[in-house]
Write a protein that binds this ligand. Structure first.
Ligand code: AMP
Length: 278
């Protein structure tokens, strides 16, 4: 479906018939990570709507908006096979019609991690999700833990603006060598792809150290940097230990911490994270 009116009417019809409606927002170029969110939604609801929308307002200047992978027909086939009931793929004008002037800023949570390096990114994410929630009015919406800061921002926005949507989180789905699945992995050269597993290896080393009793942020950072440093094509943009709900920096691991990392391989920027439990 292409229009907000169409998908809104369909969702309303389902709700009136007593069905629970789930929404899975995506930007397409779907992989097993996305499909795992669809199956999570299918397990919790009667009808699942998947949106495919490459949201221009969450890309900064010089980012990969114009080259973002688009494989719509393949996506449709995957979603049909996964059992999704409706695909909402609006045009940019449908989401942001002439005169659209609203931007939602979730402060506090966006000062660390990606928020520091992608100014305006989470405003774009929060705004588009608010528009999608208003169009679909889902009972639940599912997001992946791979984008942990995005998940925290959406939860906050949903609570603050009283959307009343139940937000569910899907675990990170990985390739066999540990690399977190991402639409952006397709940008990697074969050499970069081989080295990209260093990200997961680094995060796993952190989890191992914590299980052995390490609680100090700097020693954890050093160990992760050493492992990722074994991949000469990798450049770490940030490596930060934060509180998983507030996204505020943690220096001692006395409560569970989110260790999140962004790594460049050439122009490709990959993110990943792990929850460290003391
Ligand atoms: P995207 O299409 O990249 O905007 O992602 C759409 C949704 O899929 C977001 O909620 C992501 O967190 C989630 N997602 C992306 N990659 C993965 C993955 N490897 N495992 C689980 N969820 C993912």
């Amino acid at each position: 479906m292409r229009t907000a009116a169409q998908v809104g009417k369909l969702a309303e019809r389902w709700r009136r018939a007593g069905m629970r409606v789930g929404l899975v927002p995506t930007m397409g170029a779907l992989h097993k990570g996305h499909l795992s969110l669809v199956s999570l939604a299918l397990g919790e609801t009667d009808r699942v709507i998947v949106s495919i929308f490459v949201n221009p307002s969450q890309f900064g200047p010089g980012e990969d908006l114009s080259s973002y992978p688009g494989i719509f027909d393949e996506d449709l086939m995957k979603l049909e096979e996964a059992g999704a009931h409706c695909v909402f793929s609006p045009s940019v004008d449908e989401i942001y019609p002439d005169g659209f002037s609203t931007s939602i800023n979730v402060s506090g949570l966006t000062e660390t991690l990606c928020g520091k390096y992608r100014p305006g990114h989470f405003d774009g994410v929060a705004t588009v999700c608010a528009v999608l929630f208003s169009i679909v009015r889902p009972d639940i919406a599912v997001f992946g833990r791979k984008d942990a800061q995005q998940l925290a921002v959406i939860r906050r926005m949903n609570d603050d603006l009283r959307f009343g949507v139940e937000i569910l989180a899907g675990e990170i789905i990985r390739e066999s060598d540990g690399l977190a699945m991402s639409s952006r992995n397709s940008y990697l050269s074969p050499g970069e792809r081989v080295q990209a597993s260093a990200i997961y290896n680094g995060l796993s080393r952190a989890a191992e150290l914590v299980s052995e009793g390490e609680r100090d942020d700097v020693r954890i950072y050093d160990a992760v940097r050493e492992v990722i440093g074994k991949a000469p094509l990798a450049t770490i943009q940030y490596l930060e230990l934060v509180d998983p709900d507030t996204m505020k920096p943690l220096s001692k691991l006395t409560t569970p911490g989110l260790l999140a990392v962004a790594v460049y391989f050439g122009h490709t920027r990959l993110i990943d994270n792990v929850i460290l439990k003391p």
